[in-house]
Design a binder for this molecule. Structure first.
Ligand SMILES: Nc1ncnc2c1ncn2[C@@H]1O[C@H](COP(=O)(O)OP(=O)(O)O)[C@@H](O)[C@H]1O
Ligand SMILES: [Mg+2]
Length: 316
């Protein structure tokens, strides 16, 4: 088994108060080195709280987080040397230029002036920000500001980069540019842990995804394996005109080659299947005899996985 660079054990966080909130409710997580790892879940799932604890910004109620073997609660200063953080909200220094934002970060982490200047120039180049070196954060678009935050976060060569909702508020084009920038970090051996409530994002860039809800991890695997767990690579939702004999139809559909499962849904049936030639035609012909109203074709996504696990939609 490959080494886990992030080890979370029995993590809990209860926000005290008149109505205490259990934001993280017993999370165990092992992130293998070199991966892009996603925490996917709806708003309020506990993603930010988990990241805040892992990055020494919050203290857990119970449990532990180790990064590269360093206990973040016992040794926060040491831990900060091996982690980079891009929080959910822009934390660029508005009184400093793009260059200075990275440069002072390098200096803070102990680099000599010349080394810091070189590293800054190299990062501006790498993140295609060289022509904006003298710009102040408020003059940068959301996409450029986000790239600058990532560049700054990795300036001290951390082993793990934490990104909290990295594409929140970005337009689709900037989102894809950000994905490219994050994927390029693979080549530098940086492990990335990101949170997102966009299933497309988790699917597009993560090697592994933990689906989290109400402070608990529901399931954890590669996006492909998670989607395969749905039990078919195509789903047909059949809406029926007054279901006369859905039990019989259910049985008939189940005998069609490729069909892996048939379930009752509101107003009809759901057919899960392995794609093959002529499948849809057979399903429709069969269902027609029972009064088919219409068919919707769905490709399983991480959204489908979430709905199957919780009965709810990811986008609330
Ligand atoms: N500082 C806080 N004080 C009290 N409750 C909080 C605080 N921060 C977050 N919460 C609550 O904890 C739960 C998890 O929040 P959060 O970790 O921000 O989830 P996510 O990032 O997945 O949206 C939510 O119910 C939220 O309202
Ligand atoms: Mg959050």
């Amino acid at each position: 088994m490959s080494e886990s660079i992030v080890e979370i054990l029995g993590l809990r966080k209860v926000y005290a108060g008149k109505n205490p909130v259990t934001a993280v409710d017993g999370i165990d997580l092992h992130v293998p080195s070199g991966l892009i790892y996603g925490l996917l879940g709806p708003n309020g799932a506990g993603k930010t709280t988990t990241i805040s604890i892992a990055t020494t910004r919050a203290i857990p109620t119970a449990g532990s987080v180790k990064i590269a073997g360093i206990d973040v609660v016992a040794h926060p200063a040491l831990a900060r040397c091996v982690i980079g953080v891009v929080p959910q909200y822009n934390t660029l220094d508005r009184s400093c230029t793009a260059f200075e934002n990275i440069y002072f970060h390098c200096r803070y982490f102990g680099m000599a002036k010349q080394v810091a200047a070189q590293r800054t120039a190299q990062l501006l180049e790498q993140f295609r920000l060289s022509d904006r070196a003298a710009a102040y954060p408020q003059a940068l678009s959301g996409g450029l500001a986000q790239r600058l935050q990532i560049a700054r976060a990795i300036a001290h060569h951390p082993k793990v980069l934490f990104l909290d909702e990295p594409s929140a508020g970005l337009d689709p084009q900037s989102r894809i540019a950000m994905w490219d920038a994050v994927q390029a970090l693979r080549g530098e051996g940086i492990t990335v842990v990101l949170t997102t409530h966009y299933m497309e994002e988790a699917d597009a860039i993560c090697d592994r995804v933990a689906i989290i809800d109400h402070g608990k991890i529901l399931i954890e695997d590669s996006p492909a394996a998670l989607k395969a767990s749905v039990g078919g690579d195509i789903i047909y939702d059949l809406r029926m005109r007054g279901v006369r004999d859905s039990g019989l139809l259910e049985k008939e559909l189940a005998t069609i080659e490729g069909v892996t499962r048939v379930e009752v849904i509101e107003g009809g049936l759901r057919v899960l299947a392995r794609v093959q030639d002529g499948l849809l035609a057979k399903v429709v012909t069969t269902a027609n005899e029972y009064g088919l109203r219409d068919v919707t074709t769905i490709e399983p996504s991480l959204e489908t996985v979430f709905i199957r696990l919780t009965g709810r939609d990811l986008r609330e």
